[in-house]
Every structure is written in structure tokens, then in C-alpha cells.
Design a protein around this ligand. Structure first.
Ligand SMILES: [Zn+2]
Length: 368
């Protein structure tokens, strides 16, 4: 009989906690798991036995036991189960296949078709078909999807992507689960990136800003991801009262000034052209980036007052032009006395983060 441990089940929650703990630490003894989780010895033994039986964990036997009892160490099995990670973003759809240790086995970036709901859904299905077929021998046990726009991760719904026609309240988790018969986990893309970048032992409070076609934000407080749907929408906070119209229907939103799309709308020419002009020192092109630094300084000041982050991660396509706004931003923060460390992430790993989050939310399935 197939036995599923459901998400609501305490046993499942403990199993997930034990699995994530071992993954984060590389390897642990049962005694260490007992100490970290404060679960009873019996519970730890039962959970680890089940995870070993299903191939989620491996046990390292001591090579030379010698005298006395040497405890065996448990680690994540990187060879038996795999997870597919997807990042759906205007700048492209990034696909990645990871093992349960979080090691990337294959990845590729495709240009995205955001014309409308049908075109984007068809493209996603084609990519998932191709990847699940290609990796038949390493059949993914779960799919993690990171997506831009508004996301309700608890219901698995992509609430809106203003740039994609008819993309409203799309029950993406259910749609992909029904079509592919694999558990799916859906999350807002900045939170997926923060999941891979965060250093909770060093900086338990952290904020991440993704700057590309739009602006996305994710928050971690006291080492835990702040994942309440519909919150942290920094893009649509007012930067300029009564300012230029935004895709959300309001005016003067931060995203209308601090994003590729915002700069494009203001200048009336492709973003890359404005960026190249600014790099060449053309004053009117440089002005968009000066304005961006100034508004971003104020926004980060508000973020700092709200969440008290020890570190602010910046990532996204606009960091290619970091020279045009980052020095001014650093100066502005210093001048305003905003005490936050800034770290630029060279690459965006939303697809990896989505896959890892899916791993942690995956149901542990055992045959009985
Ligand atoms: Zn807006």
C-alpha cells in the first residue's frame, strides 16, 4: 500500500525538518539531530529509518569501528531522487535539474514568450515535457517553480503578471501537477533566490532586491523566510507622489523609476540604448540612473526601518550597469546614516532556490 504523509501531519513536518537539517549541515549523527530538533530519540530513529528506507538519506558506516561504539553519520542521498527547478521571468525561463543535495546536474536559459496566458503556458508545458523526457532515467520527484509578479505560494496561484495578457489568478501549481503527476511547489522568484543566497548564521535578518524588468523583494527575519502572500511588494510603493503611471494602475510607483521597464517608459527608447548612452556619459541618459540611485536610497531606508536587515542582497540584470547607480547608492546610504551591508550577487539562482524549496516541501512517500 502506498502511504503518504500529508503536509498537515506533524510526522511529515518533523520529517521535513530532519531532512532539511541534514541537508544544511552536510552530515549529522542521530544524537546531533536529537539535540538540534529537540525531538525524542525514538522519533529521530523512526524518521531517519524511514528516510533511509526510501532512499532520501544514506548512512556512512565508520570504516574502522575499533573499540567502543562509533556513531554513524547520516547524509542526503544525491543519486536516487531529483528535482526540477524553473524560474519564469520576463528575461527568460531558466530550467535546472538538481539532486537532493542541491547539486546542479543540468541547466539552460530559454527566451520567454510572455505575449499572453496561452503562449506562456504552452511554452512552459513544452519545456517541462522536454526536460522530463530527457531526464527519464532521473525522473524528477518534484518541480519547484519561481515566478515573477504577484504570487500566492500557499494556494499555489500566480496572481498576476501585468506584462502577460490574461495572466490573472492562474492556479499554476494545480495545472502543472495535473499535467505531469508530480508534486509542484510555487514561490515568488526573489524568495527563491534569497533561499540560495541567505547566510542565516551570519545575518539572520536579510533583504533581497532583484532589479531587472521590474523590481522584486524578499525578506528573511530571524533566519526564517517571510512568505506571507501579497506582502513585500516594494515595486508598488509610492516613490513619487502623483508621478508617472504604473502597470498596476497607480501613479509614481518605485518600479516606474527603478527598473529596466521604468527607465524604458521614461526615455521612450530601449533600456539597453539608454544604458549604453549613460555609460558613454550622455547627460540625459545618466539622469535616469541618478534618479534611480536617489529613489532606491530612500526605499532602502524605509526597508531598513521596517525589517532591520544586517545585509541587503542585490541581484538581477540591471547589476550589469552597477557602475551607473551603485556608487551613488552606497554614498547615499552612508550620508543618510543607513547602516546596511550591501552584497551584489553576480548570478540569479531562482531556479535552484525553487528546486530546493520544492525538496523541502516534498511529501515523503513510502511503500508499505
Ligand atoms: Zn505600481
Amino acid at each position: 500500500m502506498k502511504h503518504f504523509i500529508n503536509n498537515g501531519d506533524m510526522k511529515a513536518a518533523n520529517t521535513r525538518d530532519v531532512f532539511s537539517l541534514i541537508r544544511r549541515h552536510g552530515s549529522l549523527t542521530r544524537k546531533q539531530i536529537e539535540e538540534y530538533t529537540r525531538l525524542s530519540w525514538g522519533t529521530v530513529s523512526n524518521i531517519t529509518a524511514r528516510l533511509l528506507e526510501t532512499g532520501y538519506l544514506l548512512e556512512e558506516k565508520a570504516e574502522n569501528p575499533g573499540s567502543g561504539r562509533i556513531p554513524t553519520r547520516l547524509m542526503v542521498n544525491g543519486s536516487d531522487h531529483f528535482v526540477l527547478g524553473v524560474d519564469i521571468n520576463l528575461i527568460g525561463i531558466h530550467m535546472a535539474l538538481l539532486n537532493l543535495k542541491g547539486e546542479v546536474l543540468a541547466e539552460k536559459l530559454y527566451s520567454a514568450d510572455f505575449r499572453n496566458r496561452d503562449s506562456l503556458w504552452d511554452q512552459l508545458c513544452r519545456l517541462l515535457d522536454a526536460w522530463t523526457e530527457r531526464w527519464q532515467s532521473r525522473h524528477p520527484a518534484a518541480i519547484g517553480i519561481g515566478i515573477q509578479g504577484k504570487v500566492d505560494s500557499r494556494r499555489g496561484v500566480s496572481v498576476s503578471i501585468p506584462q502577460c495578457e490574461n495572466w490573472k489568478d492562474v492556479p499554476l501549481r494545480q495545472m502543472v501537477e495535473e499535467r505531469f503527476g508530480i508534486p509542484v511547489f510555487l514561490e515568488h522568484d526573489p524568495l527563491c533566490i534569497l533561499h540560495t543566497a541567505a547566510e542565516p548564521d551570519l545575518y539572520p535578518n536579510a533583504v533581497l532586491l532583484r532589479l531587472d524588468s521590474g523590481i522584486g523583494m524578499a525578506v528573511m527575519t530571524e533566519g526564517r523566510m517571510f512568505d506571507v502572500p501579497g506582502t513585500c511588494e516594494i515595486a508598488h510603493t509610492t516613490a513619487v507622489p502623483g508621478g508617472i503611471p504604473c502597470s498596476c494602475g497607480r501613479r509614481g510607483c518605485l518600479e516606474s523609476y527603478v527598473s529596466e521597464r521604468g527607465i524604458e517608459a521614461q526615455s521612450g527608447k530601449p533600456y539597453r540604448k539608454t544604458a549604453a548612452g549613460a555609460m558613454a556619459g550622455i547627460p540625459e541618459d545618466l539622469a535616469y540612473f541618478r534618479q534611480m540611485s536617489s529613489l532606491l536610497t530612500t526605499a532602502i531606508g524605509s526597508i531598513t526601518a521596517l525589517f532591520d536587515p544586517q545585509i541587503l542582497y542585490l541581484c538581477g540584470e540591471m547589476l550589469q550597469e552597477a557602475d551607473l547607480f551603485l556608487p551613488d547608492l552606497r554614498k547615499g546610504l552612508q550620508k543618510e546614516g543607513i547602516p546596511v551591508r550591501i552584497k551584489v550577487l553576480e548570478e540569479v539562482h531562482a531556479a535552484y532556490g525553487a528546486a530546493l524549496l520544492a525538496t523541502e516541501h516534498m511529501e515523503i512517500c513510502t511503500e508499505e
